[in-house]
Write a protein that binds this ligand. Sequence first.
Ligand SMILES: NC(=O)c1ccc[n+]([C@@H]2O[C@H](COP(=O)([O-])OP(=O)(O)OC[C@H]3O[C@@H](n4cnc5c(N)ncnc54)[C@H](O)[C@@H]3O)[C@@H](O)[C@H]2O)c1
Ligand SMILES: O=C(O)C(=O)C[C@@H](O)[C@H](O)[C@H](O)COP(=O)(O)O
Ligand SMILES: [Zn+2]
Length: 369
Amino acid sequence: MKTLTVPLAERTYPIHIGPGLLARAGELLAPVLRRPSVAVVTDHTVGALYRAPLEASLKAAGIASRFIELPPGESSKSFATLERLLDILLEARVERSTTLVALGGGVIGDLTGFAAAILLRGVDFVQIPTTLLAQVDSSVGGKTGINTRHGKNLVGAFHQPRLVLADTGVLDTLSPRDLRSGYAEVVKYGVIDDPAFFAWLEENGPAVLAGDGDARAHAIATSCAAKARIVGADERESGQRALLNLGHTFGHALEAETGFGPTLLHGEAVGLGMIMALDLSARLGVAPAGDARRLSAHLAACGLPVDPRTLADAPSWDVDRLLAHMGHDKKVSDGRVTYVLARGIGAAYLERNVDPDRVRETLGAAVLP
Ligand SMILES: NC(=O)c1ccc[n+]([C@@H]2O[C@H](COP(=O)([O-])OP(=O)(O)OC[C@H]3O[C@@H](n4cnc5c(N)ncnc54)[C@H](O)[C@@H]3O)[C@@H](O)[C@H]2O)c1
Ligand SMILES: O=C(O)C(=O)C[C@@H](O)[C@H](O)[C@H](O)COP(=O)(O)O
Ligand SMILES: [Zn+2]
């Protein structure tokens, strides 16, 4: 087991990473619980696979647990499912000293974390991420929330978990598509500020996806270390944490336009959005044009979509509608989006003054016939 730390003063917490950790969950959770009682939130798919081993491990450590299973998929990050979850928890008379446990991917993590932030004005929660995306990104950093009809993650809270427990063994049951989606967020760390990691991924990405234990462990630990460092320096995104949003202004707009559904998964959208961010950077004259092509080639080699027009069920894309979605970005201030651009792979930066004509060009080149 490898342990990293998210350094946040009194909210500092560990990230435990390694195979077989679900079987040790009781022992690892016990020290952070206010009392030996947890409510585990999961989805039907993950529950069917991992409820039994988690329940057994908690029981062996003397921790009482109740399990709540929700429908899988992005549509569960909604007001309706949040209300249903809060109702179930209140019906069960959870107390402020109860800890919620998110067992699942980013959807369950974001939803459960938000429920924990607002239930009884705040209870503790623990993340047990079961997708690659959740293990390298969403379980760390305390961004929680739901989608609204206005856009992605528009209602939420910063609420840090007490512990992250990433059992890398559970990735063996993840679908190849979900694995690839999470891989896009791994690549993001290379593009932000680690060109050597990006080059390593160009060599080893296929091994990470194929389940090579050492490659996967290195990719997950490097990603978590980067996320922990950035979050530790800027917990509430008043500055540099926004770099973690690389590809998301475009990506969230693509997700919104495809209805937050199976047409485009979050990581797939982020992959496309990162290519568009590098394309925009090249159009603005700050990045070599070849870097967008290099990123696109790597994502394509790993089986990720690199052309929104070729998606199954692709809508008829409209640049103005995409721009309207981008207007809901949380990095908008005074009506203007702050973009995450890059001077090249490994050199991302924030820019508020971006020529809107170049943004239109990037969108048009990406989505118009
Ligand atoms: N809070 C953050 O910082 C942050 C960061 C990145 C992404 N996100 C959010 O995360 C969400 C995407 O998360 P995701 O990609 O994990 O999707 P997800 O939670 O929908 O999980 C993907 C699918 O995999 C299934 N699954 C999960 N673990 C499994 C396992 N071990 N074996 C078999 N099946 C398994 C789930 O049932 C689901 O159908 C998006 O809503 C995105 O906005 C949040
Ligand atoms: O942790 C962060 O900060 C991120 O931006 C990580 C992103 O991968 C994640 O998708 C996040 O939820 C997007 O943030 P948002 O503030 O644009 O909703
Ligand atoms: Zn993301």
